[in-house]
Design a protein around this ligand. Structure first.
Ligand code: G3P
Length: 232
């Protein structure tokens, strides 16, 4: 099963298009995540920009995700990201329908199917419990719940909107018990990760708290300790 390429609790770092995580920066953050993973035993994964996927996947052993794929084949499609190319670049999975790259339900379903076909782990993002329930029927391996209004604020979803995390977990598991659930938005501290796991999440999806940190390794180690405090 594709999920065996990752372990839970999972800490997945989305690079977005942050300058600090572009080119050499993309490799730097991934190497620090790998170091944190080695030191703590916690599974870290990274989602660099499409242009850096191969470089990062060749530079580290930790799982690499794309931020997006298009449900197209290989051939006459210009300007798309075909899932096959993402596999070829060394990725194990892909985010789908992040709130900064949203897709309609039909496109989400098609993208999950195409990701599956090529062996990529689909991580579908949902901005509400309602959306999470809707995408659960497509049976992605993972759903990440992120209330968009908290993204980039430093106010953790696990503290500000605990009911979205616990309600999302309950709703998803009630429909498809094997889907793994992450939460994200505003996560930057170990205690945010602990709170997320206590609410039933099986990991976190985060960006600015690591990518823009003055000392990303310190933050990564703290996040891992937060995960271990609950999961061990
Ligand atoms: O995909 C993760 C993201 O949207 C959360 O962003 O910066 O609040 O951790 P951030």
């Amino acid at each position: 099963m594709a999920q065996s390429k990752i372990r839970f609790p999972l800490i997945l770092i989305n690079y977005k298009t942050f300058r600090e995580a572009t080119g050499r920066g993309a490799v730097r953050i991934a190497s620090l995540a790998e170091e944190a993973s080695r030191k703590t035993g916690v599974c870290f994964a990274v989602a660099p920009q499409a242009t850096d996927l191969r470089l990062v996947a060749m530079s580290v052993e930790i799982p690499v995700f794309s931020q997006h794929v298009d449900p197209v084949g290989q051939g006459q499609f210009t300007g798309h990201i075909p899932p096959e190319a993402v596999v070829d670049a060394g990725c194990v999975g892909t985010l789908i329908s992040h709130s900064e790259r949203p897709l309609g339900l039909e496109a989400i379903e098609a993208t999950v199917r195409r990701a599956r076909e090529v062996g990529l782990i689909p991580v579908v993002c949902a901005d509400s419990v309602w959306k999470a329930e809707a995408v659960a029927s497509f049976k992605p391996d993972v759903i990440a719940i992120e209330p968009p209004e908290l993204i980039g604020t430093g106010i953790p979803v696990s503290r500000a909107r605990p009911e979205v995390v616990s309600g999302g977990v309950q709703a998803i598991k009630g429909l498809e018990k094997d889907i793994r659930v992450l939460c994200g938005a505003g996560i930057s501290k170990g205690e945010d990760v602990s709170a997320a796991l206590r609410l039933g999440a099986e990991g976190v999806l985060l960006a600015s708290g690591v990518v823009r940190a003055a000392d990303p390794l310190r933050v990564l180690l703290e996040l891992a300790e937060g995960a271990k405090a609950v999961s061990s």
